[in-house]
Design a protein around this ligand. Structure first.
Ligand SMILES: [Zn+2]
Ligand SMILES: [Zn+2]
Ligand SMILES: [Zn+2]
Ligand SMILES: [Zn+2]
Ligand SMILES: [Zn+2]
Ligand SMILES: [Zn+2]
Length: 662
């Protein structure tokens, strides 16, 4: 038993759990540790927090009583009795009466451990006599550390009732009271016994999960192979580069050798020439010296006739020498040797900045997640891939006198739509499940601003970015804080440049990207100001999306857009094209959005219009649904965070569709 006690460590402090608390996701923490996490993650972030997330799996946890002060949230969490007494299970009833005794039995219905005495009493009481009691050694979950009492079967709205049904329309667990009060008109309500009866094929949930785990292993192996391949590839390229440079070095060394040889030959040649001149002059000097001394002797001792004959001979000889001198020195040739460097090699030194470029080319490869998606569909998960995606019309939400041009999901079934109405620009916050508009805020009465082009919501900061178009083809970006479904007064993003016509704004990696007619820019706020800053150019682009529509989406570092040439295109954020898709069935693609699994959902504006899907690799498309009535041309489309609902807006309507599996 000491061993199993060691197993239950707090994932935060890594010590043995102290006052263990368990969350509905079955993760356990020390009370103090989870308390600190709650304070650090929730306190001061929102004016009135109502929930926090599990630090391990991010499951949203709502305190049993949300009105309780946040300081006490950790203390009212479910105690983990199983871990708390892992060493020796105590009788819960006795413990309740401040006594201590060893439990031998476990009642599955009460979720409680009993000692011999209390179990006997539990068996006598009429109410509990039929309960399923097992010997505690058979209650295997003690080794798991999961206290199942945390999975409450009580209705969260009506705690005295137990949950009896599930409404698929609202994705809600219901008790009898819930059913009669809120789900009377719902089409797909099933009692839990009905759900338990309809089996999931012939596989258990665990079997499907096991298969999903195996599929994940396959994906993991593929990625690990890619990792090795990447290392190998860069290794090979590096070797190639080294070899390339070595070849260049060898070649240059060879050329240098040849050049030095050539230089030596030139030197030798020139050397010989000059040496010959030197030789000649020395000879001539000696000849002259000889004639000088000879002439002196003859003048002194010889006859005049001898002198005359001598001088004739001598002058004849000198004449010959002078003729040779003339031949040799007129014109006097001066040889200069210089070094004329090869142009290309000069460029290597001055102009060439790299020996080459490592080119990264991106393509989409075969989708290997298909099996994982198929398996998740089996257990009712709606994150659907292209093959499985289908949509069903749920409801139309109507806003009187509004001209809705754009919308965005802000999470938790809420959306914000932007509209123009009577010279005012208005934002509406609405619940797409109930259709209720919960907030209407006029954000501009400026006559220069004529319409709202698009919206973008930063979930982290709760900032909404609003693009407004003006008369002078100069867009303005407004930033609005959204707190608890209240829209604060807008601030104008001010910056170093004129923006031109902004087509779309999007958030990626905490940065705001702004796509305008010819370029994509990134906004950098000059902190601490959130709205004053400057734009840096990311990319000159010719993303000329179909005009007048919200035909652009920024998703996970890729731009998806419908081009003027009836194509659906995908670019990486660096501007590399991933795909360009065109098909006969997409006649006039307009606004688009992307599901969490990457399926592109496009509005085709031909006829009454339709919703179409394009696969995430840009290889195929299909029609999801024909619009049943001609609304005004849809101006925007968006999807909720969980990829469960699609909204299409235009005119006074917002059409809500549920994403389903086929
Ligand atoms: Zn701890
Ligand atoms: Zn968890
Ligand atoms: Zn007892
Ligand atoms: Zn019982
Ligand atoms: Zn209820
Ligand atoms: Zn319902």
């Amino acid at each position: 038993m000491a061993e199993s006690k060691l197993k239950f460590k707090c994932p935060i402090c890594l010590e043995v759990l102290k006052s263990p608390k368990i969350l509905p996701c079955l993760h356990s923490f020390c009370q103090q540790c989870i308390h600190e996490i709650i304070l650090a993650t929730v306190q001061n972030k929102e004016p009135k927090p109502t929930q926090f997330t599990c630090p391990i799996c991010h499951t949203v946890v709502k305190p049993r009583d949300p009105t309780v002060d946040i300081e006490k949230w950790a203390s009212i969490l479910q105690d983990n009795h199983v871990v708390g007494t892992a060493e020796r299970q105590e009788c819960h009833t006795c413990k309740h009466h401040s006594e201590t005794s060893v439990a031998n039995f476990w009642c599955k219905d009460c979720n409680e451990a009993f000692c011999e005495k209390c179990n006997a009493m539990h068996g006598w009481v009429k109410l509990t006599s039929s309960h399923n009691v097992i010997p505690i050694k058979d209650a295997k979950f003690f080794d798991s550390g999961f206290d199942l009492e945390v999975i409450s079967e009580k209705c969260s709205l009506h705690p005295s009732n137990i949950i009896e049904a599930f409404c698929t329309d609202h994705e809600e667990l219901c008790c009898v009271l819930c059913l009669t009060s809120s789900h009377r008109k719902c089409e797909s309500v099933k009692t839990l016994s009905e759900i338990t009866l309809t089996k999931r094929g012939n596989e258990t949930l665990e079997e499907v999960l096991q298969k999903m785990k195996q599929e994940t292993d396959i994906l993991l192996a593929l990625k690990e192979t890619k990792l090795i391949l990447l290392k190998d590839t860069t290794g090979i390229i590096e070797k190639d580069a080294v070899k390339f440079v070595q070849t260049i070095k060898c070649k240059i060394d060879d050329l240098l050798g040849n050049f030095i040889k050539q230089l030596q030959i030139i030197q030798d040649e020139q050397d010989l020439n000059i040496q010959a001149d030197v030789q000649f002059l020395n000879d001539f000097k000696r000849t002259l010296a000889h004639w000088i001394s000879a002439t002196e002797v003859i003048r002194k001792c010889g006859t005049e006739t001898q002198f005359f004959i001598h001088s004739k001979t001598m002058i004849g000889q000198i004449n010959e020498n002078i003729t040779q001198l003339g031949k040799r020195f007129i014109p006097d040739i001066d040889t200069r040797i210089s070094f004329n460097k090869h142009d290309v090699l000069t460029q290597v030194v001055t102009d060439i900045k790299a020996i080459g470029t490592a080119i990264v080319k991106t393509t989409t490869s075969e989708d290997r997640t298909k099996d994982l998606f198929n398996l998740s569909r089996k257990i009712g998960i709606k994150a659907v891939d292209f093959e499985g995606i289908a949509v069903k019309h749920l409801r139309n939400i109507f806003i009187q006198d509004a001209d809705i041009t754009c919308g965005v999901s802000i999470g938790d079934n809420y959306a914000i739509v932007g509209a123009a109405s009577k010279n005012e620009l208005i934002l509406y916050i609405l619940n797409i499940k109930t259709g209720h508009v919960v907030n209407t805020t006029v954000i501009s009465k400026d006559a220069m601003l004529i319409s709202l082009k698009c919206l973008c919501f930063d979930k982290k900061t709760k900032h909404l970015f609003v693009v407004a178009s003006s008369f002078f083809l100069q867009s303005r970006i407004l930033m609005v804080e959204v707190n608890n479904y209240v829209i604060e007064q807008p601030l104008i993003l001010s910056c170093n440049i004129q923006l031109g016509q902004v087509i779309k704004v999007g958030i990626w990696d905490d940065d705001l990207y702004v796509l305008s007619s010819e370029k994509i820019q990134k906004f950098k706020p000059s902190l601490p100001s959130k709205v004053k800053g400057y734009f840096t150019l990311c990319l000159e682009s010719n993303i000329n999306t179909t005009s007048g529509t919200n035909g652009v989406a920024l998703r996970e570092g890729t731009w998806l857009y419908t081009s003027g040439h009836k194509q659906v295109k995908c670019l990486t954020i660096q501007g590399n094209e991933l795909f360009s898709y065109q098909s006969f069935s997409l006649k006039s693609p307009g606004c688009l959005t992307v599901t969490p699994s990457g399926v592109v959902v496009v509005v085709d504006r031909v006829g009454k219009g339709s919703l179409n899907a394009v696969s995430s690799d840009g290889k195929k498309d299909k029609i999801l649904l024909q619009f049943d009535k001609t609304t005004r041309t849809p101006t925007d489309i968006w999807i909720d965070d969980r990829g469960e609902a699609i909204c299409v807006c235009g005119g006074q309507d917002i059409m809500v569709y549920r994403i389903e599996t086929e």
